[in-house]
Design a protein around this ligand. Structure first.
Ligand code: SAM
Length: 216
């Protein structure tokens, strides 16, 4: 039976040392192809004005932008330390991204201003996911597409162990566990989505995570 959810942080990843270690981890996930980019593109994320929620070091949005090629990238991130890192990484990618400091529950962004919204590994940190889903609905243009990927608590134990032992650097392993314990089950996500204005949401499980996607 899946254990009850244990909340993690609702202020994002703030501390400089943790941010630096997270950068190494996120780069390793990118290099392994485990950061949701392929899944996002497969669900129909197709370019234009793209918003990434909780970009952290930015690799997910930067990789989507690099692969699609026709993207204007904006990130909404609660942690100033992560924003500094994402700006540096965007420079290395030579992609002109804009990162704004803000809480995904109340984004400082205009209504109907994005064609696509993506997010990876951030959902389990949102204090009120329904408010974030409603915000995604607000900032998307009609017909705009979204894809949210994250860990899931109801993954098989052996898969959790596999991911835990594959996590590099090792200093990230305790953080991976707290994130797993804070993540949602497929069923919990479905209940949250029913409370949101965000419609046509599909939810599927993958190897050790989940994806939520649809069009406004
Ligand atoms: C686990 S990291 C994932 C980072 C990145 N998306 C990736 O896949 O490597 C979660 C990110 O979401 C940010 N975050 C958490 N809660 C947030 C919120 N309410 N609004 C905006 N960003 C948030 C954190 O600061 C952190 O950078």
């Amino acid at each position: 039976m899946t254990k009850p959810r244990v909340t993690e942080t609702n202020v994002g990843i703030q501390e400089e040392m943790t941010v630096a270690v997270f950068d190494q981890f996120a780069r390793d996930m990118r290099d392994k192809g485990w950061n949701g980019v392929e899944d996002m593109i497969a669900t129909g994320i197709n370019g234009g004005e793209l918003l990434e929620i909780g970009p952290g070091p930015g690799y997910v949005g930067l990789e989507v932008a690099k692969q699609l090629g026709n993207v204007t990238l904006t990130g909404c991130e609660i942690s100033p330390a992560m924003i500094r890192l994402a700006r540096n990484n965007a420079e290395s990618y030579r992609i002109p991204a804009t990162y704004v400091e803000g809480n995904a529950m109340d984004m400082p962004l205009p209504d109907e201003s994005f064609d696509n919204v993506i997010s990876n590994g951030s959902l389990h940190e949102w204090e009120d996911p329904v408010r974030v889903f409603d915000e995604i609905d607000r900032v998307l243009r009609p017909g705009g597409r979204y894809c949210i990927t994250d860990l899931r608590r109801d993954a098989a134990l052996w898969k959790k162990w596999f991911v835990y032992l594959s996590t590099k650097p090792k200093a990230m392993r305790p953080g991976l566990l707290t994130s797993l314990h804070a993540s949602y089950t497929i069923q919990e996500v479905q209940v949250l989505l029913q409370k949101s204005t965000l419609k046509t949401a599909y939810v599927k499980s993958d190897f050790f995570g989940l994806s939520i996607w649809g069009a406004k």
